[in-house]
Design a protein around this ligand. Structure first.
Ligand SMILES: *Cc1c(COP(=O)(O)O)cnc(C)c1O
Length: 918
């Protein structure tokens, strides 16, 4: 195999490629302009070589993109060969400009070599639709075909000839000739929406891609064996589906098409064609596949509705906007939002519109498309945020007396969900990160222990669900698949509710997807279908027996395997679409992948009826539809960029000499104890950390860190989290939401670009400079005060109180070793004000009761922000640790606590009375 020695070394360093490509183009442009400037001023200059060098570094990468493409690069080569500095500069400037602005997607002239009339110009717009014509969405289609390079230009031209004026979309072909190149193109080029594979492609790329090769051979067991080219088509299709499942993959083969299409492995393929088939058929399929993702049934219909003349006699005055645009007093409301908002407002559910509560038309279709996009069986749209999505799940799948194992730090909607359903929480604790005043995630061992303890007491049948937050606010991602597998080994029909309020975007990253609930559910199903699963199970039976003994220490030590024949896959995932995708606020979904969903259908519909408004907002629903469209078409590229942005922030903060003196972004090594990082991964920014190690960590480690969540330590700059947050907001117009005592959470999302990185770094630099200047002017005294402040913020941190226990009066089994309690009863007991009492935090009586009893029992939820989770729940015994924490707490916002009256307690005489106000 020949190696292209000019290949850039980092072709397969995949975490930062699009930024790296843009940088290389900027760099080449700078060199070309310098050369031209030297030429103009008559200086001798070796600029030509510098541009050659830059181009050589780009060339391999460019083979995976349609623009600028072989034609323009060829013209550049010609000019370089002629030593035409001015011509080179002009061409490079145009190409890099078109790339960075994206104008090549709609401006035909960007594809032309200006001073020539060539027939080889890609005919991107059909005759009659020149420049200025309406922009048609543009994408690229990957053709994988072992043709000679000489043929490829002709093939591209043939593909372009297929375009018709009525296509509505336009694509450019990208041609590659090997398995590896196809994988690289899929990973690197986010504009690719469809892949056409001609069966029988060879394996190895001519470019040097050691990391990719390791990845393919070591982790995916893809051997570059020569005899296998026939199988390569199917393998490649499956592989591409693993990276970007949203892409449409087509296979052209001369083998028996009917038989191939029936092969279960062909599920990754949208259509199989006989190779001699009409190219037009392939073309039409490519367009139809993309159009299917592009179509937004609810939003499309709403636009149609808004454009029709309709009189309304339903109770919704703002519909059609007349009451607004004719008003003397509120016309600015209409002007601000635009008329369409009101034309699209309706409470009708007929006449082409659909009902959110009982969808049968376009909302149903929109939900089905969303389900496909996230890999679920069903998706429910929710217009009240994930707060409601979570409550719906509790309502639908748990009932009074059920035990739910739940992270105590979870969002308050879970606690309230259990008050509503009557399920009893068995709180489990996340590992603490005391020095930053926050929690991590719940170790699997803790969850297994809870299940095994219940089993030992013969009450395993009471546990219906496990609820965890994935990822946590601060970015801890569970090994969702392993958690579910090991828990199912103990109880095979457990339901999992993964609160992925922040994590919806992860579906569109091949690195993060396996750690989403839906991604893990798919992987579990795949595992179960493999005969090797039964072997793993049998091996475990030999070692531990069929019925696990909860007292056997090996059960805790071993990675448990569920019984493939009895396990059920019952997974619920809730996403705040508005938190990580382009939906209006409150747009949320419940995604369901539950094999026993039919047990819950009617309960689920009841839950919708209980929680959903009867006046759902059509715009929120439309935005869910649109958010899905965007993610299915450009989510991959956008998420990759969000990750790049986050990594760039980490890098810039770490390497800047002044900023790093006062600030730091916590890496995985600081956020996750070593014991949970089995791969040895320490952090994305660690020197020598390769992409492969990161992939391995993402695959195997118990916890990993979402790169887009950046915990910025500001205590070392003398700021507590809240002060720092307010400073950023008031002085620099930078908003963020979560803080801890000594840190602030920054996050990148699909909205961020690299200029945001520059802006943030500039602000951090300014703040650092201010500190420097202040310390200089204040002298020794100032420095002492600063050091004391930093010490107080960084070292004198109150330890976070663990959940104590429920009072025996609120426990069905006071003697049991497990801690679940009847929170609902305690919650309603507090409705009898005369059976409650209040004790101020300063009251000596509080200490007296802590020391000598009777026990203090909380009457309600007390939720300080930050940290934002209840440090007291109804029925909980308040211990000294909690009081101490409350006393040290210096935050202003504490829900459920009025400083003037004190902590609300259930009077000892009232405790345990069943009922209260019902
Ligand atoms: C924000 C959040 C919720 C609630 O979602 P909304 O869409 O704001 O109602 C639930 N769980 C977690 C973990 C959250 O961060």
């Amino acid at each position: 195999m020949t190696r292209d020695t000019n290949t850039p070394q980092h072709l397969d360093h995949l975490f930062s490629n699009s930024a790296a490509r843009a940088d290389r183009w900027r760099d080449m442009n700078a060199k070309a302009q310098a050369w031209a400037a030297a030429e103009r001023s008559g200086k001798r200059h070796s600029g030509g070589e510098a541009v050659q060098q830059a181009l050589a570094e780009l060339r391999a990468l460019e083979s995976y993109f349609a623009y600028p493409g072989a034609h323009l690069l060829h013209a550049l080569d010609d000019r370089l060969a002629e030593g035409d500095a001015i011509g080179v500069a002009r061409l490079v400037l145009r190409m890099s400009g078109a790339l960075l602005s994206g104008s090549y997607r709609y401006d035909n002239s960007e594809w032309e070599v200006a001073d020539e009339t060539s027939t080889d110009v890609p005919d991107r717009l059909p005759p009659g639709l020149g420049a200025g014509a309406q922009r048609r969405p543009y994408f690229e289609t990957l053709f994988v075909n072992a043709m000679s390079p000489a043929r490829s230009a002709a093939i591209c031209q043939e593909i372009r000839q297929l375009r018709r004026a009525e296509d509505g979309l336009v694509y450019e072909p990208v041609l590659v000739g090997t398995f590896e190149d196809a994988v690289l193109a899929t990973i690197l080029n986010g504009k690719i929406e469809a892949v056409v594979i001609y069966d029988g492609v060879p394996f190895g790329s001519k470019h040097d891609t050691p990391v990719l090769r390791d990845f393919l051979t070591v982790y995916q067991h893809m051997e570059p064996s020569a005899g296998e080219t026939q199988e390569a088509g199917l393998k490649l299709a499956r592989f591409i589906a693993n990276i970007r499942p949203e892409l449409d993959v087509y296979l052209l083969t001369d083998r028996n098409v009917e038989q191939l299409a029936g092969d279960p492995a062909a599920s990754a393929i949208r259509r199989v064609f006989y190779e001699a088939e009409e190219p037009m058929e392939v073309h039409l399929n490519i367009l139809e596949g993309v159009r299917d993702r592009q179509s937004t049934p609810h939003f499309d219909n709403l636009k149609l509705y808004a454009s029709r003349p309709i009189s309304t006699f339903h109770a919704l005055p703002i519909a059609r906007g007349k009451s607004i645009i004719k008003s003397n007093w509120i016309r600015d409301f209409g002007e601000f939002y635009g008329l369409n908002l009101f034309l699209a407002e309706t409470s009708a559910t007929t006449g082409g519109l659909d009902s959110m509560l009982e969808p049968t038309g376009n909302i149903k279709l929109a939900q089905e498309k969303f389900a496909r996009a996230v890999g679920a069986d069903h998706v429910f749209f929710v217009t009240n945020g994930t707060s409601t999505s979570n409550k719906m799940v509790y309502q639908a799948v748990t009932k009074p007396g059920d035990i739910v194992i739940v992270d105590r730090n979870c969002h308050k909607s879970h606690h309230y969900g259990m008050v509503l359903s009557g399920a009893q929480p068995l709180y489990v604790e996340a590992f603490p990160m005391t020095e930053y005043s926050m929690y991590g995630a719940v170790p699997l061992a803790t969850i297994k222990r809870a299940l095994l303890d219940l089993k030992a007491e013969g009450r395993l049948d009471k546990v219906s669900m496990i609820t965890l937050t994935n990822c946590t606010f601060d970015g801890h991602i569970y090994n969702t698949r392993r958690v579910m597998a090991e828990c199912l080994a103990i109880k095979p029909d457990l339901i999992f509710l993964w609160d992925e309020a922040w994590f919806g975007f992860a579906r569109w990253s091949p690195f993060l997807r396996p750690r989403t609930a839906m991604g893990a559910a798919a992987a579990l199903e795949q595992w179960r279908d493999d005969p090797a699963a039964m072997e793993e199970w049998n091996a475990q039976v030999k070692e531990l027996g069929e019925d696990l003994d909860p007292k056997d220490p090996r059960v805790m030590e071993r990675q448990l395997v569920p019984n493939p024949q009895t396990m059920r896959i019952r997974v619920y995932e809730t996403d705040s679409v508005h938190k990580s995708m382009s939906s209006l606020r409150q747009g949320s979904i419940v995604a369901v992948r539950d094999e026993d969903y039919d047990h819950h259908i009617s309960a689920f519909h009841e839950a919708v009826f209980i929680h959903a408004s009867t006046s759902p907002n059509a715009q929120i629903i439309a935005s869910l539809d649109v958010a899905r469209r965007q993610m299915e078409l450009e989510g991959y590229e956008l998420v990759m960029r969000a990750i790049e942005v986050a990594l760039a922030i980490r890098r810039e903060v770490a390497k800047h000499p002044l900023i790093s003196k006062y600030f730091s972004v916590l890496g995985a090594d600081k956020m996750i104890p070593e014991a949970y990082r089995g791969s040895g991964f320490s952090d994305y920014m660690q020197p020598g950390m390769t992409w492969l190690t990161a992939v391995k960590a993402l695959k195997d480690d118990e916890f990993c860190l979402d790169p887009t969540r950046l915990t910025l330590v500001c205590g070392t700059a003398g700021f507590d989290g809240t002060t720092f947050k307010n400073l950023l907001a008031s002085k620099y117009n930078i908003q963020l939401n979560k803080t801890s005592r000594n840190s602030a959470l920054l996050q990148s999302n699909i909205n961020n670009t690299r200029s945001d990185v520059a802006a943030l770094i500039k602000v951090l630099l300014e703040i650092s400079q201010d500190i420097e200047a202040r310390l200089k002017s204040e002298g020794e005294e100032g420095r002492m005060a600063f050091a004391a402040k930093v010490k107080s913020l960084m070292e004198d941190v109150p330890s976070l109180p663990n959940f104590s226990s429920f009072h025996d009066g609120y426990r069905d089994n006071p003697a049991s070793t497990t801690s679940e309690g009847n929170m609902r009863t305690a919650f309603f007991a507090a409705y009898n004000e005369d059976e409650c009492e209040y004790l101020p935090l300063t009251s000596p009586k509080l200490d007296e009761r802590l020391a000598n009893g009777p026990e203090l029992v909380s009457a309600n939820f007390v939720i300080p922000y930050p940290p934002g989770f209840p440090i007291m729940v109804p029925g909980q015994i308040i211990d000294a640790g909690t009081i101490e924490f409350m006393r040290k707490l210096d935050v202003k916002e504490i829900h459920g606590y009025q400083a003037a009256r004190g902590i609300k307690l259930i009077q000892p005489s009232a405790i345990g009375k069943k009922g209260g106000t019902k």
